[in-house]
Every structure is written in C-alpha cells, then in structure tokens.
Design a binder for this molecule. Sequence first.
Ligand SMILES: Cc1ncc(COP(=O)(O)O)c(C=O)c1O
Length: 434
Amino acid sequence: MLDQTILSILKEQDQQLFDLVLREETRQHEQIRLIPSENYASPAVKAALATSFTNKYGEGYPGRRYYQGQVNTDALELMVIERAKALFGYPHANVQALSGAPANLGVYTAFLKPFEGKIMAMRLDHGGHLTHGSPVSVTGQWFEILSYGCNENDVLDYEEIRRQALEFKPDVLVCGYTAYPRLIDFEKFGEIAREVGAISLADVSHIAGLIAGGAHPSPWPHMDVVTFTTHKTLRGPRAAIILAKDADMMDRIDKAVFPGLQGGPHFNTIAAIGVALGEAASPAFKDYSHQVVANAKKLGEELKVRGHHVVSGGTENHLLLLDVRKSHKLPGKRVAVALEEVGIVLNFNTVPNASDRQKPLFPDGIRLGTPSITTRGMKETDMVRLASLIDRTINNLKTGKISEGESAWKDDDEAVTIAAAVRELATSFPTFAW
Ligand SMILES: Cc1ncc(COP(=O)(O)O)c(C=O)c1O
C-alpha cells in the first residue's frame, strides 16, 4: 500500500485526487492482475518517486550539465548507472530514457539515418513490439523493416532468421518481445548479427527482472545493445535503461537520447530505478524471479489439462498465450472483457498461426503473466485455483454472435459465484509482499 503519510497529505489537500488513488489501490488489491508487463512497485520505489529529486532540472550527463546545482543529481545518476552495470554485467549504461519506446528510438537513431537504415525484428502479431518496426510507429515509417515470425510450432526458427538476415542485411537485428513465452537464445542472435554485420539489439523489457534474478539467460556478452523498461518484471518505476557493450556505442546512444530525443532527465524516476536495482540485486529477488516462472509454468499446465490451447505448448518465462479461438471458438476480446467482469485482469492478444479472422483489435488470443501475482506471494497451489477460475469463466461464455445488450454469460449466477471466489483469492494476499 502507498505510504500512509503520503496518502494523508494528499487526502488533506486534494480529496478528488485522493479518491482516485484510493480507488486504484483498492482495484489493484481486489483484482487478480495478470497483465505480464505490470507489477507492484515496492513502497521504497514509490517513496523515491515522491522525493525532492522531482524538483531538479539537469539536461546533460553527470559532469556535463547545462544547469548548476547538480552535486546530488550527478552522484545519483552515477550511482544508478553503476548499479545497472553491476546487475546486468554490461560495461556501459544510460538511465535517462523516459520509457521503453523512447529507449528503442534512441538506439535506432544512434546508429541509423532515417529513410536509409534497415531493421529486422519480430512481427507484431507474433509477439514483437510496436517499436520493432510496426507501420503505425515511426520506427516502421522511418526505417526499412523486415519482420520475422515464429514457425508452425509458434517458436523462433533461428536457421530461418539467419537465412532472412543474410538476404536482407539489416543494420540492426532485434530480438526481445512483448508476447513470446519461450527463452531467447541471445548467443544465436549475436552470431547471426555478427555474420551479417548488424548491430544486435535485445529489447528485454519483459524479461529484465528474470535476467536480473537468474531465471532467464543473460544477453551478455552476446548482444551489442540491450534496452529494457524498468517497470515490468524488474518491478521499478516507469522508465527504461539502455546498456551497451562498448564506449563508442554508448556515446552515440547517449547523444541520441539527449539532446537527440529528450530534454532533462526525470531524477525522481532515476532515484526509483536505483531503488529497484538495489532490490533486484537481493537474494529475495532471485527467489521472486524463479517463482514468477514456476507460477507461469504451473498455470500453463493447469490450463492445458483443462483443454486450453497454450501457444507453443507452454512457457519458459513469465507469460502465457492462450488461443481461445482454437480451444473454445471464442474471440480473445470477449474472453478478456468477461475475465475483467469477474475480477481477473489481462489483455486480449494476437497469437501466431491464428485463424484468418484474427485482427489486432479482434485477436484470437489472450495474454497472461505472473509477475504481479508472484509479488503478492502466490505460489503453484494458488495457480491451480486460478486456472480453475479462468477455465470456469471461459466455459461460461456463449460462442457465436451476441446481439447488442445481450449477456455474454451462459449462466449469470455462475459469473457472480466466480467473481466472489476471485475476490476472495485476491484479497487473501497483500498487494506487496517479498
Ligand atoms: C518489448 C517491449 N519494448 C518496449 C516497450 C515499450 O515500453 P513503454 O510502454 O514503456 O514505452 C514494451 C511495452 O510494453 C515492450 O513490451
């Protein structure tokens, strides 16, 4: 829960805002949050966000600022850079990127000229991110893109990726995904990039916490550049870190981030990143990251035995994709909306090798992840209960067309019973527990 002092200050001064904060706190406590890119930041991370570092401006980098008064902000930024380097084993780090999308843009613009550069990355509907060259993102509009995908088993085919890379000759080869449930072989990606003369970029936004805790192999020393958000499995504030293998690359990236793309860094966020990195270096975080994966595996197995189509047959990380069209003839969106009605919050998602009907806004699947519920302290036994509640919800949905105003439930009472059980399961865990 938010620090009581901070809450009471807010309550005294701005009741309207306080009410909203309280409602969101309650929602996050009473619902089961399965969005794989979300988590619960610790009270210390939230406290750092609320410090006086929010008052300071400091365009530039430590020792090279455009403003005076940097004695503490320089020390802060240098400390957080050192923590990032130590945790991920890379010799250079930038902690100023405001979030994941600007971090990726920073890397592209560091190395590529608009309308000349070539990027090869995973297609959006197979699990890539918008900033990996989607036509609706500037990354897809400014650069020539070749998208690779999963094979018929919904997994990466490294030989096929190599063949495509040899033909396309990208300047930047990207791995790291938004919706891919398997381990990434960074060594293979590094080899392919070197063979075709590309810079290798691992966007490990989703799995940064797993890498930090040793629950996923590290991109070091295989990938040239690594980007990641700090607010997903890493459990920090909403921001990003960029790591680079050599000083020249880092220098180009630093310049691309500032003054290329951004103004002054958000020092309160950088302070909170520092706290999160400190937490991620603890033995407790190692246990947490392994439990995240154990919970995802168990949830996948339990759903599979109940007849759900788990994309790629299971998971090796923190997330699962279910193809609900294949298993239950249901559209992903109907399932996601219904699950929210009973208190289980996740997102509808495209899945690889889907039906012809799949569109980004009407996909065939849903995406589930265990970072948040593991932070709350849930274990494998709780995954059995959760799988049963998800299964009952999905089986209680009507298939086929539903007319305007018609209930999607086969049985409204069953939906109410499930919602009560979800609330009971959720509230039996705190919203932050180590
Ligand atoms: C792989 C990946 N890269 C980048 C981003 C973008 O991060 P942000 O939303 O912080 O800009 C995301 C966000 O979901 C992501 O999953």
